[in-house]
Design a binder for this molecule. Sequence first.
Ligand code: 2P0
Length: 330
Amino acid sequence: MNSSSVTVRAAPSLALIKYWGKANGSEPPNRPATSSIAVSLEGLYSEARVTSAENRDCVILDGREMDGRRYAAFFENIRACLDVKHFYECICRNNFPSAAGLASSSSGFAALAAGCARLSSLLLEKPTPDLRTLSALARVGSASAARAVYPGFVILKANAEAALPLYAPDFWPELRVIVARISDEAKPRSSRDAMEHTRATSPYYPAWLRDSRALFTRALAALERRDLAQLGPLIRASTYRMFGSILAADPVIIYWKPLTLALLEQLEELRGQGLLLFETMDAGPQVKIFCLEREARQAVASIQKAIPELADRLSVLAPGGGLTWPEQET
Ligand code: 2P0
């Protein structure tokens, strides 16, 4: 590998039990207020190609330079932890829409943290930091990114510095996620802003925090048993209770589109026919549906028939993900 450039990919981390809110409000160091459980998804990825720079940090995502203020604390923390002085130039791309509610900040910051840390390690002729350290570095950029450095099933506990790997992807090889791309538009308000707005103005936020602790414990037990019939309702509860707290914020933030609701209605109908389909949503209009492999094809066909606008906007993904280093794989 050429030590002056590092390329790394990371897959998005989709939460079954949601992180929403920060332990210390809007202040650094960006630790979550709730414990989350997530799965990293095979097939979607963010890629970062990182080189060192002389004068300033720079992130170019899908050809556009990003606002440096969003990245300043992240890069400062990396330099302090690795004891380096140089800056980073990062050319990034996603093979899926950015900032549209497909967890691109989880995969993006995981790839950035791994790429920057590996580059600096190569320049210092030191080993690359371990995954726990990369997870802590990624968390400063985006708390969900702490989870995305690991493949498979991952937890990030409330107030934690780093995520913990729970099970490898082959722990539950039959699990699938149908991703419905309702819209490719960037969301109107970032998760970071929206969760702080929720904390500051929603009377339901304290209840969300309390309840999410119970959901986390119950979901861990259902996941251990690979019991989708038990786990699925907990995934839905975490989603709708998170949105309940957002809908009670003042002023309200609405991420859903008419097509989001059309799909939710259709899922209710398919559940009535006996299919095990359990939706989750993040800060955006997209819908992700947990199901088993044996029912995924039928579910996709039924959704395509009922909602033709979604016909070519559905993908079926499996657990996987984590960090990959494409230059080393060739
Ligand atoms: C999650 N989300 O657990 C939750 C569910 C969205 C809804 O993590 O402020 O981009 O950068 O730490 O990680 C999205 O929030 O927020 C997110 P920051 P992040 O996946």
